[in-house]
Design a protein around this ligand. Structure first.
Ligand SMILES: Nc1ncnc2c1ncn2[C@@H]1O[C@H](COP(=O)(O)OP(=O)(O)OP(=O)(O)O)[C@@H](O)[C@H]1O
Length: 593
């Protein structure tokens, strides 16, 4: 119930925040629009009554003016409504788009990207954003339907109170419409995972990054066949639901039509004392009563659809609120005095119950560089993500100078980090921006850019571009230049070096696409920088690499295996202990000999 109320509040707030004056104007015009038709019918009744034997001839002019007035009002309403509705539609849709983007991007962690249920909700909301805009009509429709129902009821009672029963029979129509709507929605939501799969398969087929492998392995037909099978399943389920829904709705309409015909028959041939104007009024009211009844049915459908959409939106907002880490209010430190402690940390990825990190205890003294080593899937990247607080540990804690990381404001902590990852982002901006966003405050600082480019070994990449730093990167833009994998990686590295003295520098295999000599030179430069940072701020560097020539440069080496620590020590100590590290090192050294 609270959720439903929350959804209604959200709905009203979104519409009114988007365009308050337009909302009120549109509601007013709708109400007038709905009152005009029955008023016109009533005016015609007055005309007929005044012309009938015993009628009041003085009434004819008033009645005719009323007919004309209603006609003119209908014309004004009709002309003004279309552009107004379109404008309002756009405003609410745009507002919703902006709100949703802000909401999803504003969640400090990345759990929302891991949860299929939430991903379904968000992608459905995005695809329905036009309908979210349209939801404002449900409100307008509600105002119009209520005013129409009141007017029609008064007029029906003026002929005979029994005719109010026609509106009650309209209830059957409403119930049928609701039932059919529920059927349709259930079928749509049951097919959401299939729809997401289709979306993903189409994305795989379209993505330029996959183009070569798709062709090499001849995957096109297999993928398209999967898409078609999913589409067939979705269509079959939805067609069945829509057939049933249509049957139910037609049944409701037939019952209503039969009741109305019976009412006219009763008025004409039954024992009711009716004037000619009453007969004319009832006949003229037929479409309005039918419209009001079906309007109520449509309104219920419209309302429940809109409510469902906003309930979904509300759910995403509740998730965002619950994952806003708003309790983390302690400012981030501006230096590390003692170090980082990982205490009894266990971690399962969202939506899974397998611990990929277990009982991890690790002390990283201030000012040190740490290399994480281990086979694929050992948990190195996961530990890096926990240190950057992309997730909170499922068990245990990460302590920064005695302070639990979950207490520190996420934005503050992120400002003290810098990072380069193996699955680095290819920001298709200008080269200057693609590097400079590594430190937004100094994005236009030429000295900072020059230094970052030198340290990330990316100056040669920029020198090869026709417009240097002003070159647009990426094929998506006309005149945009695409880079090789290694060049993109150097840009990502330069970006990571934009921040001058990060307290924590995370380098998760950021040099996989770079040749070993260049990598070695890069790490030597970077070791000098790390040493300076260590002296000034106690900054820590965590690097993940499979190349032992790089790993051996670190002060501390941590060997991970299945999410647990196998060995910790310096390169020399680990070699002399002749354990797993020594074995791996020897294997790689032999391969290079
Ligand atoms: N987003 C995720 N959702 C669920 N499980 C995940 C996710 N990312 C990684 N895992 C699982 O967590 C485990 C550790 O993965 P992680 O990426 O930390 O390993 P890694 O040591 O960095 O491996 P690699 O050397 O291949 O990069 C793996 O078993 C992996 O399947």
């Amino acid at each position: 119930m609270n959720d439903q109320l929350g959804a209604v509040r959200l709905w009203l707030a979104t519409a009114f925040r988007a365009a308050p004056a337009l909302c009120l104007l549109a509601i007013g015009l709708n109400v007038v629009g709905w009152v005009i038709a029955p008023a016109q019918a009533y005016a015609v009744k007055l005309v007929v009554d005044s012309l009938s034997p015993g009628g009041d001839p003085n009434l004819i002019w008033t009645a005719l003016w009323l007919v004309l007035g209603c006609y003119a009002a209908a014309l004004v309403v009709q002309t003004a409504r279309r552009p107004l509705d379109a404008l309002l539609d756009d405003r609410v849709e745009q507002r919703f788009h902006a709100d949703l983007a802000e909401l999803v991007a504003g969640i400090p962690g990345i759990e929302q990207h891991e949860r299929p249920d939430l991903a379904d909700q968000i992608s459905l909301l995005r695809s329905e954003s036009r309908m979210m805009g349209r939801s404002i009509y449900a409100l307008l429709f509600a105002a119009g339907t209520v005013s129409s129902l009141v007017t029609v009821s008064v007029l029906l009672v003026s002929v005979h109170p029994a005719f109010l029963g026609l509106l009650v029979v309209g209830g059957v129509h409403v119930a049928a419409a609701r039932l059919s709507n529920n059927l349709t929605w259930t079928s749509i939501t049951s097919m959401l995972p299939n729809a997401r799969l289709v979306h993903e398969l189409v994305r795989i087929c379209r993505s330029p990054a996959n183009a070569m492998e798709l062709r090499t392995f001849g995957l096109k037909d297999v993928l398209l066949d999967r898409v078609q099978r999913q589409v067939r399943t979705i269509n079959a389920v939805q067609a069945t639901a829509r057939r049933k829904a249509a049957g139910i709705e037609i049944g409701g309409q037939l019952i209503f039509a039969a009741a109305f015909l019976a009412a006219i028959g009763w008025l004409l041939f039954g024992g009711v004392q009716a004037r000619a104007g009453d007969v004319a009024l009832l006949i003229l009211l037929a479409p309005t009563v039918a419209g009001a009844a079906s309007g109520t049915g449509e309104l219920m459908t419209f309302l429940s659809e809109s409510l469902r959409r906003f309930a979904r939106y509300h759910e995403v907002r509740v998730f965002a609120r619950e994952h806003s880490w708003s309790d983390s209010t302690t400012p981030a430190p501006d230096r590390i005095a003692s170090g980082i402690e990982v205490r009894g940390v266990g971690f399962c990825y969202p939506g899974t119950d397998r611990e990929v990190i277990s009982d991890l205890d690790l002390s990283i003294p201030a000012g040190t560089s740490v290399a994480l080593v281990g086979e694929n899937g050992a948990g190195k990247t996961t530990l890096v993500k926990l240190l950057a607080r992309m997730y909170d540990p499922t068990r245990g804690e990460v302590i920064i100078d005695g302070l639990d990381l979950t207490m520190i404001t996420p934005d503050g902590w992120r400002r003290q980090l810098s990072a380069a990852f193996s699955d680095y982002a290819r920001f298709e901006f200008t080269a200057r921006e693609a590097v400079g966003i590594g430190d937004l405050e100094r994005i236009d600082d030429p000295a900072a850019l020059r230094r970052a480019l030198a340290e990330g070994d990316a100056q040669t990449v920029i020198d090869g571009l026709s417009d240097g730093l002003d070159t647009q990167l990426g094929k998506q833009f006309s005149g945009g230049v695409d880079l090789s994998g290694g060049q993109w990686q150097r840009v990502a590295l330069a970006r990571a070096f934009m921040r001058d003295r990060p307290l924590l520098l995370l380098l998760d295999e950021p040099t996989a696409a770079i040749d070993p000599e260049a990598e070695h030179a890069l790490y030597e430069r970077f070791a000098l920088r790390a040493a300076a940072a260590a002296r000034e701020t106690g900054g820590i560097t965590v690097l993940v690499s499979h190349r032992f020539s790089t790993v051996r440069m670190a002060d501390l080496i941590v060997v991970l295996d299945h999410g647990r620590i196998l060995e910790v020590g310096t390169h020399e100590a680990l070699l002399s202990s002749d354990g797993h590290y020594a074995e791996l090192f020897e294997l790689q050294a032999r391969a290079y000999r």
